[in-house]
Write a protein that binds this ligand. Structure first.
Ligand SMILES: O=C(O)CCC(=O)C(=O)O
Length: 227
C-alpha cells in the first residue's frame, strides 16, 4: 500500500508499505548475505532469494507502473549500516550509472570502475527517467540511519555543490519497516545519518531504467528473468 503523504511525481519519492511480507520477508531475513564493507554490489546475482523476488511479477508490476514500460534492472546494492559499519552520508543526488563498457558520448563522464563494472556520470535527462527501489530488510528510523530527503528536489536537475549546504534544514526523515519499499528518483537530494542504535539497517537498493541509452551506450544489466 502506498503511503498517502508522498508522491513520486510531486515529491520525488513514496513509501510502499508491505511490498514484501510473510514468508517471503522471513526468507530474505534468513538468507541475507554478510556484507564486508558498507555495501554488497551485484546483490541480485549474489543473493538467490532476492533474485527470486525481483523475478516475481508483483515487484515487476510496481516498477512497471511507475516507469511506464518494462524496466531494466541496472544496479542492485545491498547496503548495511550496522553499529560496527557505520557512516553518515551528506545530502547528494545519485548521478552515476552502471554500463556494459566505456563509449565516449557527449554529456557522459567522468568514468570509473566499481567492483569490475564500468560506471559513468550521466546527464540529468537520463537520471530523471530512472527509478530507485529501496527494499527495507530491517526497520529503519532516525536511530539507525534511515534515509533523509529534501522533497521535490528531483525536479531541479543537477544541483550545484555550492547549493547543497543550505538544503539540510529542509530534509525530512523517511522511516520504513522491514518489507516496505521507498521508491525514489535518483535526482532527489538524499543522505542518511549514523546508526546510533544496536540494530542493523539493511536495504536492498535497486536502480531501474526505462529506455536504452544514447550513442550506443548499453546499460549494465543485473541478471533477472522478467524485468
Ligand atoms: O543507504 C543509505 O544510507 C544511503 C545510500 C545512498 O545515499 C546512495 O545510495 O546514494
Amino acid at each position: 500500500m502506498a503511503h498517502p503523504a508522498w508522491s513520486l511525481a510531486q515529491h520525488g519519492f513514496e513509501v510502499i508499505a508491505g511490498l514484501v511480507v510473510g514468508e517471503q520477508l522471513d526468507e530474505l531475513l534468513a538468507t541475507c548475505p554478510p556484507i564486508d564493507g558498507g555495501g554488497l554490489r551485484n546483490a541480485v546475482e549474489r543473493w538467490p532469494q532476492a533474485k527470486r523476488l525481483v523475478d516475481a511479477p508483483s515487484l515487476a508490476g510496481v516498477i512497471t507502473r511507475r516507469l511506464g514500460v518494462a524496466p531494466i534492472l541496472t544496479r542492485a546494492i545491498l547496503f548495511n549500516k550496522s553499529p560496527g559499519r557505520n557512516w553518515a552520508l551528506g545530502l547528494h543526488q545519485d548521478t552515476t550509472i552502471a554500463v556494459e563498457e566505456r563509449r565516449d558520448v557527449p554529456e557522459f563522464g567522468p568514468w570509473s570502475i566499481k567492483d569490475g563494472v564500468v560506471h559513468v556520470q550521466a546527464p540529468a535527462s537520463v537520471l530523471a527517467s530512472m527509478v530507485t527501489v529501496r527494499l527495507h530488510i530491517d526497520d529503519a528510523d532516525e536511530s539507525n540511519g534511515c534515509l533523509r530527503v529534501v522533497p521535490g528536489t528531483h525536479r531541479r536537475g543537477l544541483i550545484p555543490e555550492r547549493e547543497l549546504a543550505g538544503m539540510d534544514a529542509r530534509a525530512i526523515s523517511v522511516e520504513a519497516a522491514a518489507g516496505d519499499a521507498v521508491v525514489m528518483r535518483p535526482l532527489l537530494l538524499h543522505g542518511s545519518g549514523r546508526n546510533t542504535s544496536n540494530r542493523e539497517r539493511r536495504v536492498l537498493h535497486m536502480e531501474f531504467a526505462n529506455a536504452e541509452l544514447p550513442g550506443g551506450l548499453r546499460w549494465h544489466r543485473e541478471p533477472t528473468a522478467c524485468i
